[in-house]
Design a protein around this ligand. Structure first.
Ligand SMILES: Cc1cc2nc3c(=O)[nH]c(=O)nc-3n(C[C@H](O)[C@H](O)[C@H](O)COP(=O)(O)OP(=O)(O)OC[C@H]3O[C@@H](n4cnc5c(N)ncnc54)[C@H](O)[C@@H]3O)c2cc1C
Ligand code: FES
Length: 513
């Protein structure tokens, strides 16, 4: 809060600043004048303060953009004039550390590590591996129904510490201890809110009667229930530098990352005054299962956010034009009809056939692959390898060979080469549908026995795997993985850190799928 007394007739103005999320501040001013001060003076002073405020907004937004670049650790102060801020920082440092605050050579207050700025564009990779892969206990403190089958679970750290940062679109690996089960269950759920240090929100669809974790949480979730989680992660996130309109296309519970990303765009727009255009296109069966129906209110805070809701099986209480905008499934023709000709970033999340048909449709009309981002929640999908543009793009074209892979049960033998991605992607490309969960080596769902051959891991997986088992989602045949031209650049992994797992070092790989 600042209190100002301006020159002239007796007056007092108070500015109040409230944090509004990780990167934004909201404020308001009140101006007071003594009895008898003329209307003209008051108006002039208010206009002057407004003008200065608008100039400050431009400057602070510009500083904020600079800090968002991630290079400076913190903003600078004018050491000759901003004595009060420096004094305030010293008080804080002193209160936190119990020591008098030291000054840096440039006259700034030296911050102890505990007070160092959290990067404004949070990046999970800044968290050291030891913390990133450790489970911490979370406690549910609120549950809100979003539809008949989707509920949001709000949780915070049980030890009261602030949460690790995440980027809108990322997911949280969780571990749930279910009394009837011999082992804790590992699952991954998208964080459906924008980053904040206080709480996570997971919006979980209740699965069918055999669905373990979602049924357990829906039936037993209550304030006080504890689960565990690692730090948030995942590659499905907004391309931060892009100013192209974002098109979010989701089906069913695939709405969760879209809500986080769209909310982030709205918050950023309110903070910077620059709103990235958004199309929010969502398909679901009907109003009973439609979650986050209030997305139109979010759109009301954005000058260029269009929302289109499509129901495939509207119910008797659903009203076209009120509860939903059109009827049927979301197809490429629907997108072509809705979207004016433009250069977009597409974000897809929904059931596998939905994503596959939209992906094929979009590439079919000439949308470049790198403009299509996607997240897959399901298991046993047959996503095409080109849905993973980052893998082929990083692999050197100087491949000198391929590796024969034999899938024993199905009798399929096919040649793996570098552009085929992980063994999971390769299996999917040849028409198999291995089960998977996280596609990133966390949950262990894709663990498969390796009959012979050997694999290398693209990233050292976290999930345990039994003797003679490999995790398909994050492994490639070892013989090919050893080619140094791309090992060193492949997802930035240092080749010396790769681990080998398998029966023999033969060039072929045999899997019992
Ligand atoms: C990156 C990512 C993000 C995700 N985000 C979300 C999200 O935001 N919200 C959300 O709701 N979900 C999300 N998911 C999906 C989530 O991780 C779980 O896969 C989902 O909740 C199902 O888990 P479950 O334990 O309830 O079901 P599971 O026990 O894993 O069962 C899944 C299916 O397998 C069937 N099944 C299980 N056991 C058997 C058996 N013995 N025989 C036959 N069939 C069986 C079940 O009937 C069910 O249909 C996400 C997944 C990923 C990979
Ligand atoms: S799918 Fe989760 S470890 Fe492979």
């Amino acid at each position: 809060m600042t209190i100002n007394i301006n020159p002239g007739f007796p007056n007092l103005s108070i500015d109040v600043w409230n944090p509004d999320g990780a990167n934004a501040t909201e404020g308001f001013s009140e101006q007071y004048f003594a009895p008898g001060v003329s209307e003209e003076f008051a108006k002039e002073l208010i206009a002057f303060n407004k003008e200065v405020g608008a100039q400050d907004d431009v400057l602070t937004d510009s500083v904020q953009r600079g800090l968002l670049g991630g290079l400076p650790e913190r903003g600078r102060l004018l050491t000759n004039s901003e004595h009060l801020v420096i004094h305030f920082q010293k008080l804080i440092v002193n209160a936190v550390t119990g020591e008098p605050a030291a000054l840096t050579p440039s006259g700034l207050v030296a911050l102890p590590p505990v007070l160092r700025t959290i990067p404004l564009l949070p990046n999970a990779s800044v968290v050291p591996d030891s913390e990133r892969n450790a489970y911490v206990e979370l406690e549910i403190f609120k549950i809100e129904p979003e539809s008949e089958i989707i509920s949001s679970f709000y949780m915070r750290r049980a030890d009261g510490k602030p949460l690790d940062p995440w980027v809108p679109g990322q997911f949280l690996p969780i571990r749930v201890t279910i009394p009837s089960e011999p082992q804790p269950a590992l699952r991954t759920y998208t964080l459906s809110t924008t980053p904040n240090p206080d709480y996570y929100r997971l919006s979980i669809r209740r699965g069918d009667e055999n669905s373990l974790v979602s049924r357990f949480l829906h039936a037993n979730g209550r304030p006080g229930l504890r689960i565990e989680a690692m730090t948030p992660r995942g590659k499905f996130m907004l391309t931060p530098q892009s100013e192209r309109p974002a098109v979010f296309v989701s089906g069913g519970v695939g709405i969760t990352p879209m809500i986080a990303m769209a909310t982030h765009i709205v918050e950023e727009g309110r903070r910077t005054g620059k709103f990235r255009p958004v199309w929010f296109i969502h398909g679901t069966s009907n109003g009973r299962v439609h979650a986050f129906g209030n997305v139109k209110e979010l759109a009301g805070q954005h000058p260029a956010m269009k929302v289109h809701i499509r129901y495939s099986q509207p119910g008797s209480t659903d009203r076209l034009g009120i509860t939903h905008d059109s009827e049927g499934r979301i197809t490429i023709d629907v997108l072509k009809e809705l979207l004016p000709l433009n250069d977009y970033d597409f974000y897809l999340c929904g059931p596998p056939p939905f994503m596959q048909s939209l992906y094929d449709g979009l590439t079919g009309i000439g949308v470049r692959r790198e403009r299509i981002h996607y997240e897959s929640f399901g298991s046993g999908t047959a996503l095409k390898p080109e849905l993973h543009p980052e893998i082929p793009a990083r692999i050197s074209a100087s491949d000198d060979g391929s590796v024969p892979i034999r899938f024993a049960k199905s009798g399929i033998t096919a040649e793996w080469s570098r552009d085929k991605g992980s063994l999971l992607e390769f299996a999917e490309a040849v028409g198999l549908a291995p089960v998977f969960g996280c596609r990133s080596g966390i949950c262990g769902t894709c663990a498969t026995r390796i009959t012979s051959g050997a694999v290398d891991y693209i990233e050292e997986p976290l999930a345990p795997r039994g003797e003679g088992q490999v995790l398909l989602c994050c492994s490639v045949p070892a013989a090919a993985a050893l080619v140094p031209a791309w090992c060193s650049t492949y997802r930035g992994i240092d080749p010396s850190k790769r681990r080998r797992n398998g029966a023999t070092a033969s060039r072929s790989v045999y899997l019992p799928l």
